[in-house]
Design a protein around this ligand. Structure first.
Ligand code: URP
Ligand code: ZN
Length: 463
């Protein structure tokens, strides 16, 4: 017995009216009159059928030394499902002096048997040497085909240009794609120390000590390093116009640079740092929120197809008890914010409905492109026969208000408190099982670990 979603509009490779038949974990057929005897029929007239969302940038159960993120892999992936995301890719992080294998095992243990979505890992490298270079290939063989390097967080996660160049050169040829957090950590460290010394300790100094130019400079630099290394690269969470310009210029000269932004950079701006009292701590994230013209540059780059993905960088800390760790020193405020639950709703409400992006682009940015970049396509990221039946039935008529009190994310605030949401994930299927209904998760933690395919090398891509 299968399930037929009848009367909806499939989005992906165009928009067309068709029924979708699910049989077991996969999509069996798309068309008209495809129901078989005994099938369960779900009427989805007036709804869009979207491929399950893929969020390639989350931080669940992340221990930052002073505290641990509010969401773990159970609550975070439940929230993802509630909002129409069926796959997440989180960041395992090498301990200084530790192996990549040890980090992968540690993150596998955090996620095992807890995930409500399917999941994979990128590997963040903090301590590179020849042995780690060998391990990169071993990880690719285990399905960890993307890595991350931080150009910020001096004395902690930051790596230098030599490491960046060597890892990029090495990635090319082992089927790996390297992602970069681009901010000039040396400049930021100097500005932060100066601010603290001058008694400038409130949350708004987080933004003032991380200027947009520090991001744009790092992006220019890493793109140049990638060109010298002859390697592709992925840039996480673009936030400003200078970053967009750098990516645009690089793409125009043929550099294989892929770029991500996040809803917070599209929808929130630096006025948030003027909030009264300690409230601004809710928006302490890196990069920080930018200006309205920066937002427009990002929307334009989505409209024109310059960017590749919209992820969330979900990294939640409670306002009470966690953000408050930095009450007297902004540099001690845990960096990051929640977002995994509301990505599709925000992009639909504030992107598709006002005509900033098309529905097809919403699908590309929230599912298809991430599947292609991170070795999951065509198993994920598309509604097609043979693909996993990860399907979001999106009801565009539903309207709601985003409230922390009713969210699934296990965190005591949302940056979008009181915002209107148009549309809802009415049904979410994960590999054929109903996993969320009416914006709420249902069922067991069925998430599976995804061994991702290697990133295709230049020869295959140039074909
Ligand atoms: O502020 C953020 N983004 N925190 C999460 C860690 C990172 O930089 O991605
Ligand atoms: Zn992040």
């Amino acid at each position: 017995m299968g399930t037929v979603l009848r009367g909806g509009t499939v989005v992906g490779g165009g928009e067309y009216r068709a029924d979708v038949r699910i049989d077991g974990p996969a999509i069996a057929a798309i068309g008209q009159g495809i129901a078989q005897s005994g099938d369960r029929i779900i009427e989805v007239d007036g709804c869009y059928l979207l491929p399950g969302g893929i969020d390639p940038h989350t931080h669940f159960d992340l221990d930052i030394g002073t505290t641990v993120t509010a969401d773990d892999f159970a609550s975070g992936t439940k929230a993802a499902l509630a909002g129409g995301t069926t796959t997440i890719i989180d960041f395992a992080t090498q301990a200084k002096g530790g192996t990549l294998q040890a980090a992968l095992s540690a993150w596998q243990a955090k996620a095992a048997a807890k995930c409500f979505t399917d999941y994979g890992f990128h590997m963040a490298i903090t301590d590179f040497n020849d042995r780690i270079a060998c391990e990169m290939g071993e990880l690719v063989a285990q399905g960890v085909t993307s890595f991350k390097l931080y150009m910020a967080y001096k004395h902690n996660l930051q790596v230098d240009d030599s490491v960046i160049f060597r890892t990029l050169r090495h990635s090319h040829g082992i089927g790996a794609l390297i992602g970069f957090h681009c901010e000039n950590g040396d400049v930021i460290d100097t500005l932060v120390q100066e601010a603290i010394k001058a008694g400038q300790t409130s949350p708004r100094y987080h933004a003032l000590t991380r200027p947009a130019a520090a991001e744009a400079e790092a992006i220019h630099r890493v793109i140049s390093l990638a060109e010298m290394a002859g390697a592709p690269l992925y840039i996480v969470h673009l936030s400003c116009a200078g970053a967009v310009d750098a990516v645009l210029a690089a793409k125009a000269r043929g550099v294989r640079v892929y770029a991500e932004t996040c809803p917070q950079y599209l929808l929130l701006d630096d006025a948030c740092y003027e909030a009264a009292g300690f409230e601004a701590a809710k928006y302490v994230m890196s990069p920080p929120l930018r200006t309205k013209p920066d937002q427009e540059a990002l929307w334009n780059s989505l409209r024109t197809g310059l960017l590749d993905t919209v992820a969330t960088d979900h990294c939640s800390f409670n306002f009470h008890g966690q953000k408050e760790l930095g009450q007297h020193d902004f540099s001690k405020i845990p960096n990051g914010g929640p977002g995994v639950e509301h990505r599709l709703a925000l992009l639909y409400t504030y992107g598709v409905l006002p005509g900033r992006i098309t529905l097809q682009q919403l699908v590309d940015y929230t599912a298809t492109n991430a599947a292609k970049l991170f070795g999951l396509f065509p198993r994920k990221g598309i509604i097609a026969p043979g693909s996993d039946a990860d399907i979001v039935v999106w009801n565009p008529k539903h309207s709601a208000t985003i409230l922390a009190a009713s969210q699934t994310q296990r965190v005591d605030y949302t940056p979008y408190e009181g915002w209107h949401q148009q549309g809802q994930a009415e049904y979410v299927f994960l590999r054929g099982c109903l996993a969320a209904q009416s914006g709420k998760p249902c069922g067991e933690p069925r998430g599976e670990y995804l061994r991702r395919n290697p990133f295709p090398d230049r020869r295959e891509n140039d074909g």
